[in-house]
Each structure stands twice: as C-alpha cells, then as structure tokens.
Ligand binder design. Structure first.
Ligand code: AMP
Length: 379
C-alpha cells in the first residue's frame, strides 16, 4: 500500500514525502479511507502507531477542499489531547503535514500565559489543538466558540479518564454541534471507554492496531537484577557504552529524576529531567534538546513522558519498574518506532519482582536477564 492509493491530494503527498513517510502505517491505511468518506471512527491505538497522521490527514484534506469558497475564519476542527506535550506534538505534526495547504492551526494548553494563544485565536484558525482545562477556560471567557466545529477528535481517551478529565470532556462534548464527524482514540478499551465512545460516535468504523501486549515485538528487552542502592551506579556503567546514544530513563518520582540528572551531570553526561514540577519552558527546553540530540539522556516520570515523540530513540531504561504492567508497554513503545529496532533495559530490585511478573504475563514473553554486569543484585 502506498499513500498515493489513499486518495490524498498532491499537496499532502508532497508534505508526507518531505517528512520521509514512505508507506502508510496500518492505522493510516485502515482509517484514512473511512475518514475521507466522512465516517466516525473508533481507533484503538497507542502513540507510536502513526495515529496522528491517520486523523490529521483526512481532516486537513476536507478543510482544504472548502478553502476556495469558504473564507470564514471560524474553528472547524477541534482536537482534544490530555497533556500539553501531546498537544504540542500534534501541532508539530499538523504543521508538517499542512506545509503546502492554506489551513491554519493553533495549539492551546494551560500553565502558560494565555495571550499568545488568544492572539492566534483572534487571527482566525481552522484547526484547534487543545488540552481540556485551557479550552474550557477560554470558552468561559467567551474567546472560543465551538459552534462551527465539523470535526472533533478525542485523543488518548483512556489517559484522559486516568487524569480525571471526564467532566471536562463532557462539558466540551455538550457544546459541539450535533452535525459533525467524530474520532475517538484510546490505547485500551474498558467499559468506561466504551460508554464514552457511545456518547460521541455514530455508527463508527472500528480500527484496532497493535494491541497493547504486542507492541513490544520490535523492542529488544532485557532486565538487570540490581540492589536498589546500586541502581545509579549501574546506570552510569550502562551509559559508559557509546552504543547507548540516546536514552529515555523512567523514574517513579520527580525527586528521583532530579537526583539522577545531578549525578549524571557530575560525571559529564548531558542529562535533563522532565516532570510536573518543572516549568513549561524548562520542559520544552529539555525536550527540544533531547530531540536535537544536544541532550543525551532525558529522565522522565510517566505522566510527563506522554507525548514524547523522538525519532530513532535508541534506548529506554526503566530505572524503576512500573507498578502497572501496561505502563511498561507504553514506556518501551517510545523506542522501536516506525520500524526502527529499539532496546529497552529494566532495572529490577528485590521489591519489584512482582511487577516484573505481571509485565511478563501481560506481554506473554520472557524478558532476557543480563547476568554479566558488575552490580548483579541478590534476590
Ligand atoms: P504517532 O503515533 O502519531 O505519535 O506517530 C509516531 C511516529 O511515527 C511519529 O514520529 C510520526 O512522525 C511517525 N510516523 C507516522 N506515520 C508514519 C509513516 N507512515 N511512516 C513513517 N513514520 C511515520
């Protein structure tokens, strides 16, 4: 399958060519035709599958088609994302795809001054990418109206519910015009998710790709048994290997993340932390440095890491194993993207053995144990 076979307009094909996409990913191949027909969609897919292009391309194409006749500057598409990182990421992707179109977009999120965002709204735009809190805030101030929305995307619905956004989402949905095309994405499906999807979608096409437990296929996974107090020494040891070019390290706590960064910096390793206590500016700086490879190691907590999208990230390191097995799959899904081989290393101390067991059960596969390292722990 080629993008040319998906009935996309030349201006989009050219942009895809420029960002280096050669073939559609499965979710793109399955969703784009249904969306171009105007159908609603329930997409069961997580980040890393190419879902952003799957929803953004048909919406861009539909809006571009009206540009000759419709000169209004009202918002036609609303994309709701749970975190600012993800919202920014979606905005960046849309900027790439819409390079040769006259479709305008903006991204709004909380934690920063609203003025640059309201300026963009005033200038007029077609597509708004938003996190729920700031969206409702600006709606209440009368600065945003959803009356002219024709396309609505709810991205990472499961994460939205986890983060307690259900009431905010309901408030937004209540303001949407009845006549619209709705798209709903979630990495996991639960009764709650189904209920929410039903309130939103009409006769949706259903597309499911790489179920959560099989996304790990492309990633080489191994586990290091290590005593808790030796974990930082083990990390430094692993980072001595120049093959670990670019690593995303996950920690359970913000404090733990800061401590690791401090130690790594001491031994001359360029590292930064990204977590909820950091200012928006500091987070963006760290993320950009990591993306352009001036920062070799990014240490993140799970919530902060949502939406981190780095091409060809070589290593994910679980400094601590997550309590929830699905989180492990989300984490290691940050590497091994778009067909690249990735490597995931996990540190497991005595108190984490039960987490390792449930991870093995979920992914239904053994994880290789590395025994030849200088900090092998007693279990
Ligand atoms: P997403 O799941 O939308 O976050 O996309 C994951 C990553 O895959 C992003 O870095 C995209 O730029 C990239 N990507 C999306 N579609 C394709 C494609 N068809 N070919 C290559 N890379 C892609």
């Amino acid at each position: 399958m080629k993008f040319q076979e998906l009935n996309l307009i030349p201006a989009l094909l050219q942009a895809l060519n420029e960002v280096g996409y050669e073939t559609p990913t499965p979710i793109q191949a399955q969703s784009i035709p249904a969306l171009l027909e105007g159908r609603d969609l329930f997409g069961c897919a997580q980040t890393g599958t190419g879902k952003t292009a799957a929803f953004a391309l048909p919406i861009l194409q539909a809006i571009q088609a009206t540009k000759q006749t419709d000169k209004s500057k009202t918002i036609k598409a609303l994309i709701l994302a749970p975190t600012r990182e993800l919202a920014i990421q979606i905005g960046e992707n849309i900027a790439d795809y819409s390079k040769h179109l006259s479709v305008k977009h903006a991204v709004i999120f909380g934690g920063v001054s609203q003025h640059p965002q309201t300026d963009a709204l005033r200038r007029g735009l077609d597509i708004l990418v938003a996190t729920p809190g700031r969206l409702l805030d600006l709606m209440q101030q009368g600065l945003i109206s959803l009356n002219s929305i024709e396309y609505f995307v709810l991205d990472e619905a499961d994460r939205m519910l986890d983060m307690g956004f259900i009431n905010d989402i309901k408030k937004v949905i209540a303001k949407l015009p009845a006549k619209r095309q709705s798209l709903f994405f979630s990495a996991t499906i639960s009764p709650e998710i189904n209920k929410l999807a039903q309130t939103l979608l009409k006769d949706p096409a259903f597309v499911k790709v790489t179920p959560i437990s099989s996304t790990a296929e492309l990633v080489a996974q191994s586990v290091y048994y290590v005593n808790k107090e030796d974990k930082r020494a083990l990390l430094r040891h692993i980072l001595k290997n120049p093959e670990v070019e670019h690593a995303l390290v996950f920690t359970r706590t913000k404090h733990g993340a800061d401590k690791i960064v401090k130690e790594l910096k001491k031994v001359g390793i360029n590292a930064e932390a990204i977590h909820g206590n950091k200012s928006q500016n500091a987070r963006e700086r760290a993320l950009n440095g990591f993306k352009n490879r001036t920062i070799r190691v990014l240490v993140a907590t799970d919530i902060a890491s949502r939406g981190i999208d780095v091409d060809q990230l070589s290593h994910v390191i679980n400094f601590e194993l997550p309590e929830v097995a699905e989180t492990y799959v989300h984490r290691i899904g940050r590497t091994g993207r778009a067909g690249h081989q990735g490597i995931a290393l996990s540190f497991c101390s005595n108190d984490e053995i039960s987490y390792l067991k449930s991870i093995r059960k979920l992914i239904n596969k053994d994880i290789q144990i590395v025994e030849s390292h200088p900090f092998l722990g007693k279990l």
